[in-house]
Design a protein around this ligand. Structure first.
Ligand code: ADP
Length: 640
């Protein structure tokens, strides 16, 4: 418990004569006023001087016998003078034997040096006291000055403790803290600061604070202001964290100076990133609400309007100041008054009201058709505290929908009329055509052979023209009929069956061309069987008609895709230039002359009409000279 002072040691200063005189004086009565040989005024004794000193003094001779003990020394050690003078030093303080005190005192005695020790006393009566001892050679022995430093030690201990607490507070504070020198060098940083940014002490301390600021202008301004000894409170800045992310912080600085000299600035850094993001989000949401064309309104559970955006202002005509605090019933139309309590009841139960179509009244008395979506608003604990309401003015939409409905109906009527007309026209055209064909045949029979070659050729042209006209009319009829079966079929179509019929109808051209038709197992689909057969027939007859050098090879397949059936009809024919792949589905659209390939240009239009009518799509993938694949989709059969 003792401590050697660093400033001890060095040669002994007081002369041995002084010590002798002091010891001699100490032995004389304090009343003695005779002039002494030590040069002191005759009315002051050395003992008086000693007793006036704040320190206690003990003098021991070379054999460690106590020859003098001042009154202060006896007070400090709680011993009576009689108990000390004349006794051995180690006898008076046996507890110090073997301790540093003994070692140091013996050193002073032997080496004739000054020693200084602080120690905690263990002596009877003064246990626990802290004493400072300075021993120096005095005559053949040593003089020991002692002082009770308990209160100083207490203050020092308290100070140390406080310092420790302060350092602990700084280090473990929840708020980031760093010290910065005048040039911006970081001198110290606590854990909260380092953790916030993710740096190690070495990566942060000793570096210039500018390295960590995302905005150079901000930190330059801060350092300038600090140089002018300004206090900076809640200055927002953006710091770069170790992982590259940016942290928003609020910083408070103050300058620590001593005797007017800048020592460092202390900076408290609070991470406000989350708060900043939340505010930004809130601002963005508020901007969305404000810029919305719809009315966005909130009300409490008593139906009192609590917020009102500019959309609401536009739709209903009330400003926010006019309507906030008023009951939402202000907007109700008399015949729908009871609606609002019902909606509030549902909200209280936590239900949401979606796209509820109703009517509301504007400030100037107009009645609007409104679509409402009302949702409960909950507080942080989840309790319902009100409702948010999005109201859309659908008055105009209602009118548009009505107009659209009407024009649709008119279009359907016109379409039906047109189809009816096309049907009757093509149907009625057949009759005169049949007459032309019959009478041409009769004329040919009657005059055939008696006319010249040119007349025979003319007869041939008439017959061909009539046949072509008949084909056209036939195809046109098929086309108009394709739309009369748009309604759902009663039973599903078995594609295997449909294909079988199509192939059998095409038997002649298949045999004539040497075509081979293959197919995988086909599914049932929700289509009219005869329409599916027609699609197969048109596609396969085209595949044969537009064949290439080799005998036609046609393959029909089907696979399940995205919940529907995807059919494919692949051929090895002449192919189609991709730029015409949409055009060929148009009415009368052909890529070849009649002389090259006969046809009316209606076959694919019929296919498209049938497939679209069944809810599917048809398209082709092809390249010139590389065959074609026609794809079409169809809804799966009911049992599929
Ligand atoms: P048509 O065959 O009567 O001319 P379509 O509507 O069936 O009429 O076909 C339109 C055009 O598409 C055809 O004129 C032809 O140019 C092209 N086409 C149709 N199918 C094929 C095919 N399998 N290979 C090559 N071209 C085809």
């Amino acid at each position: 418990m003792e401590k050697r002072r660093k400033r001890q040691t060095g040669p002994a200063q007081p002369s041995s004569r002084d010590a002798d005189n002091l010891a001699a004086d100490a032995r004389t009565s304090p009343d003695s006023r005779s002039a002494s040989a030590n040069g002191l005024p005759s009315d002051i004794t050395a003992a008086e001087i000693v007793s006036s000193l704040p320190d206690g003094l003990i003098v021991v001779d070379a054999r460690w016998r106590i020859v003098y003990a001042s009154a202060e020394a006896t007070r400090i050690y709680r011993k009576s003078p009689g108990h000390l003078v004349g006794r051995g030093h180690w006898e008076a303080w046996p507890e110090s034997i073997g301790t540093g005190v003994e070692r140091e005192l013996r050193r002073a005695m032997q080496d004739r040096v000054i020693v200084c020790i602080e120690h905690r006393c263990d002596a009877e009566g003064a246990r626990g006291m802290w004493a400072e001892i300075r021993a120096f050679p005095c005559g053949p022995g040593i003089a020991i000055c002692c002082r009770d430093i308990s209160s100083r030690r207490r203050v020092e201990t308290e100070l140390r403790q406080r310092e420790k607490e302060l350092a602990d507070f700084v280090e473990n504070a929840a708020i980031g803290l760093h010290w910065v020198a005048e040039d911006g060098t970081i001198l110290r940083a606590n854990d909260a600061e380092l953790n916030m940014l993710g740096y190690t002490r070495d990566e942060y301390i000793g570096h210039n604070v500018r390295e960590f600021h995302a905005d150079a202008a901000v930190i330059t301004d801060i350092l300038e202001r600090l140089k002018r000894r300004e206090e900076i409170t809640r200055c927002e800045a953006r710091l770069r964290a170790r992982d590259g992310s940016i942290r928003y912080v609020a910083m408070t600085f103050n300058v620590y100076s001593e005797n007017g000299q800048f020592i460092h600035t202390r900076c408290f850094t609070r991470d406000i990133t989350e708060q900043k993001r939340a505010t930004e989000l809130q601002e963005r949401l508020a901007a969305i609400v404000e810029s919305s064309d719809d009315a966005i309104i909130s009300k409490d559970l008593n139906g009192i309007i609590r917020s009102w955006n500019s959309g609401a202002e536009r739709i209903f005509g009330y400003t926010a100041e006019e309507i906030i605090g008023k009951p939402v019933a202000t907007l109700a139309v008399p015949e729908r008054m009871d609606e609002m309590p019902n909606i509030l009841d549902r909200i209280r139960r936590g239900e949401r009201v979606d796209h509820y179509e109703t009517r509301r009244r504007t400030k100037d008395g107009r009645v609007l058709a409104i679509s409402l979506t009302v949702s409960p608003i909950r507080d942080a604990s989840g309790e319902i505290i009100g409702a948010s309401k999005i109201a859309r003015d659908i008055t105009e939409r209602g009118r548009t929908v009505q107009a659209l409905r009407e024009s649709n109906a008119a279009l359907t009527r016109a379409n039906a009329d047109l189809e009816q007309f096309a049907y009757s026209a093509s149907h009625d055209l057949q009759e005169p055509l049949r007459m032309i064909a019959a009478y041409t045949a009769m004329l040919k029979r009657k005059f055939g052979g008696s006319l010249d070659d040119t007349s025979d050729e003319y007869f041939r042209y008439i017959v061909e023209g009539v046949q072509r006209m008949q084909q056209l009319i036939h195809d046109l009829l098929a086309y108009t009929q394709a739309s009369t079966f748009f309604e759902q079929p009663e039973s599903d179509a078995d594609a295997n069956e449909a294909l079988r019929h199509a192939i059998s109808n095409l038997q002649q051209s298949i045999a004539g061309s040497g075509a081979s038709i293959t197919h995988t197992r086909l599914p049932t689909v929700r289509m009219h069987q005869f329409q599916l057969q027609q699609v197969f027939q048109n596609l396969i007859s085209n595949a044969i008609k537009y064949r290439g050098e080799e005998a036609p090879q046609v393959h029909v397949g089907a696979e399940r895709k995205d919940g529907r059936w995807l059919f494919s009809v692949r051929d090895n024919g002449i192919g189609i230039d991709p730029k015409y792949k949409e055009r060929i589905f148009g009415m009368f659209k052909r890529l070849h002359s009649i002389a090259e390939y006969p046809g009316t240009g209606i076959g694919l239009a019929i296919c498209q009409r049938i497939i679209n009518g069944a809810g599917g799509h048809i398209w082709v993938e092809s390249e010139l000279g590389r065959g074609s694949i026609f794809f079409f989709t169809a809804p799966p059969g009911r049992n599929d």
